[in-house]
Design a protein around this ligand. Sequence first.
Ligand code: MRU
Length: 362
Amino acid sequence: MKVNGQDMRTIWVENDTVKIIDQRFLPHELKIIPIENLEDARAAIADMKVRGAPCIGATAMYGMAVSVRNDPSGTAVKTAYDVLNASRPTAVNLKWAIDECMKAVDGLAEAERADALFKLSAKNCDDDAQMCSNIGDYGKTLLDEIAKHKDGATINILTHCNAGWVATVDWGTAISPIYKAFNAGMDVHVWVDETRPRSQGARLTAWELEQHGVPYTVITDNSGGHLMQHGLVDICFVGTDRTTATGDVCNKIGTYLKALAAFDNNVPFYVCAPSNSIDWDMQDGLKEIPIEVRSGEQEVGWITGRDEKGVIRRVTTMPDPKKTRNDAFDVTPRKYITGLITERGITNASRAGLLQLFPEKT
Ligand code: MRU
């Protein structure tokens, strides 16, 4: 997608150096940093310089590549795998990506490993962008249907967190159908959940939509249900960090509450799920998906933003920022999900629905 008119991805290689956007500085600064070794990759994921399940996967893969370029021995490959695997627990794309790396180096001589991993990482980025583009095309068909009944009125879409292009390699998942619809000249407007505590909606989704010229309004995390009750939301699109083989979805904390409100108000609630965020080994999202718990003091107790003079400040609104809790994700049971939008099409949030699209997983 474009930033200030220039095409960009979230991760790329320039003169043999892997580069990422440090998303912690957006929307105030577009800071680009290198990933030169295993620790750079680990910290980029753990400290959320990159975030969003597909972008985490792409970074982990390049993390394996740079690490193996620095030390191709079997012990170092195993260490890189373990270190990256432990960097964030919830998005299954991370494990998927490093498992692919292990398969790619299996049986290769040490001298061949780095090249194989760089090639795999580049291919993964292209594949990821294509999957997200397909999700956009399928998701747009839902917006086309809604448009038929709206008599030219604006289509209002609600989204949570950031599942736009900065959460992936390009296009995004939940925002991809919106970009496709907007590019086709459709009249769309996005309700952007602020998404406390890290405000991925207010900071990142709003920035992306602003850059692309898509109309949007940032709302507090508590507003969505009220807007749905008043007929102001036509459809919800969200992303996923891990979808079970049975269709339960784990996504940014607060997704579940939006799904409940959508269910109660007959608002279609779709999850945009690339296949590498499906965990075919898990059946029960509530019992099995590991939910990341991050520092409450750092992320709930304190908030960072720009003041009227343009100075970035960190402030608290609480008497004691330590008295906080910060579960980063929640699970939306499949019964509240209208459908899953994958790169192969749209299906029910169920084992049967997923297997129809991915019969090779039977
Ligand atoms: O903690 P984050 O910012 O990594 O959480 C991201 C989300 O929950 C996204 O909605 C999800 O990864 C899907 S991204 C296409």
